[in-house]
Design a protein around this ligand. Sequence first.
Ligand code: 9J3
Ligand code: ZN
Length: 286
Amino acid sequence: MQLRKLIPALIPALALSLVGVTPAHAEEEYRRGPAPTTSSIEAVRGPFSTSSTTVSSLVTGFGGGTIYYPTSTSEGTFGAVAISPGFTGTESTISWLGPRIASQGFVVITIATNSLYDQPDSRASQLLAALDYLTQRSDVRSRIDASRLGVMGHSMGGGGTLRASEERPSLQAAIPLTAWHTDKTWGSNRVPTLVVGAEDDTVAPVSSHSIPFYNSLPSTLDKAYLELNGASHFAPNSSNTTIAKYSIAWLKRFIDNDTRYEQFLCPSPANSSLISDYRDTCPHGV
Ligand code: 9J3
Ligand code: ZN
């Protein structure tokens, strides 16, 4: 073909390549709060003032709980997260995460379970019931964007987090914390998942829980494995800056699509006195 005929033939391809400058998977961002820094995501409290309100144990579907929410309405609605404790764990065992995450710009419900002995799949149902309560019936429902929700949980609550994600793929983020579940096959999950393991966990050893969970999630999924150096099964039961920092980054990156937080996730954090292993599918969102 002559060049003067080839050039017009190339124009559509050139135009498409220019359109292609916009990432094919660009998603709407829901930025809330100022640009983050390492110190802002490590802080005990983030930029939003928060309030809380309790949910009666007589509610249907879960054992009640506490809602923590940013008091500001000037930036519109927020994404929301439900958090479950583990086997024999009261709500108080995960309470520290409520105001810590809410103060970064999320509505958070920390739940009590119907029974202290509920198994992981029951905790999954209860996490989803808590999200439905939050978005449909709670006093703060008008503050929430019901299409941008996530789940977290400790131990059997982490197992419930994996199951809730499997059951409700419309969730935007999941964070199982030193999770425990008999099921090690999560290949049908489609929710971006940060698996947090503790190196010295003897209740849910990473070799038989968190690492198999992470490995079984699809290789095409946005996923990461954060292993807390020298930590026990109960690390998620008290204030822990490494858990908070990476959880906040994950929730912001995937519930808010806020790419300002990608810097904390990719490239992968190096091993350190706090992190004994970190695996991921960086870069995220492609
Ligand atoms: O929620 C958990 O702490 C699960 C670990 C556990 O106690 O398993 C024993 C059946
Ligand atoms: Zn170590």
